[in-house]
Ligand binder design. Structure first.
Ligand SMILES: Cc1cc2nc3c(=O)[nH]c(=O)nc-3n(C[C@H](O)[C@H](O)[C@H](O)COP(=O)(O)O)c2cc1C
Length: 171
C-alpha cells in the first residue's frame, strides 16, 4: 500500500544506484575522471549512454572541447578512488594519479580506460540536451572493453550521501 510523500522522501528510496567513472583527456594530454550516478542507456543500436553532468564539472568542459570520453564501470574495490574523483574538481590536478587509478590506452579516443574496471566504453559525443537543470550528455559507444577477470563485482551507490558498496550482479 502506498502513502503520499514528498518527492525528497520518495527519491531517497531509489538506491542502489549505478555509478560509473567518466574519464576524459584535455587537449594538452592531461587525463581527468569524475564519478557519475546519473547514467542510463539511451540507445541500443548503436549503443549510447546518457549522463547527467553538472555544468560546473571540469569533465563537462573537457567533453565539450574534445567530444570524447570513456564510461568505466568500476569494481567494488575501487570505492575509495571513485569517492576521490567524485569529490574534487580536476582542473589543475591529476586525480587519477592521486588515488592510484591504473590506466590503459583506449583504441578510438584519447581518454584513458580504467584498468581495474569491470568494463570500459569509449564514447564520442552525440549531443547535449537540457530538459531541466542538468545537462544530459549523450555519447555513442565506438569501442568496448571488459576485464579479463569476469569475477569482479560492480560498484554501486547503496545509500544517499554517496555510500558505495559492491553488490553481485544477477546472473
Ligand atoms: C557516487 C557519486 C556519484 C556522483 N554522480 C554525479 C552525477 O551523476 N552527475 C554529476 O554532475 N556529478 C556527480 N558526482 C559529483 C562529481 O563526480 C564531482 O562533482 C566531481 O568532482 C567532478 O569532477 P570534475 O570537475 O573533475 O569533472 C558524483 C559523485 C559521487 C561520489
Amino acid at each position: 500500500m502506498q502513502q503520499q510523500a514528498s518527492v525528497d522522501e520518495a527519491i531517497a528510496r531509489k538506491y542502489p544506484e549505478p555509478v560509473v567513472v567518466v574519464t576524459t583527456r584535455s587537449r594538452d594530454g592531461r587525463p581527468n575522471a569524475m564519478a557519475v550516478g546519473w547514467v542510463a542507456i539511451a540507445s541500443s543500436d548503436p549503443l549510447m549512454f546518457v549522463l547527467g553532468i553538472d555544468d560546473g564539472a571540469y569533465t563537462f568542459e573537457l567533453i565539450q572541447a574534445t567530444r570524447q570520453f570513456v564510461v568505466a564501470f568500476p569494481e567494488e574495490n575501487m570505492a575509495a578512488a571513485v569517492l576521490h574523483v567524485g569529490s574534487h574538481h580536476g582542473r589543475g590536478r591529476d586525480k587519477l594519479a592521486e588515488c592510484g587509478l591504473a590506466q590503459e590506452p583506449a583504441s578510438r579516443v584519447a581518454a584513458p580506460l580504467l584498468a581495474d574496471a569491470v568494463a570500459n566504453f569509449e564514447c564520442e559525443l552525440v549531443d547535449v540536451y537540457r530538459p531541466g537543470d542538468c545537462p544530459l550528455v549523450v555519447g555513442k559507444v565506438v569501442a568496448a572493453h571488459v576485464n579479463r577477470d569476469s569475477a569482479r563485482r560492480r560498484l554501486y551507490t547503496v545509500a544517499p550521501g554517496h555510500v558505495l558498496k559492491g553488490v553481485r550482479p544477477i546472473e
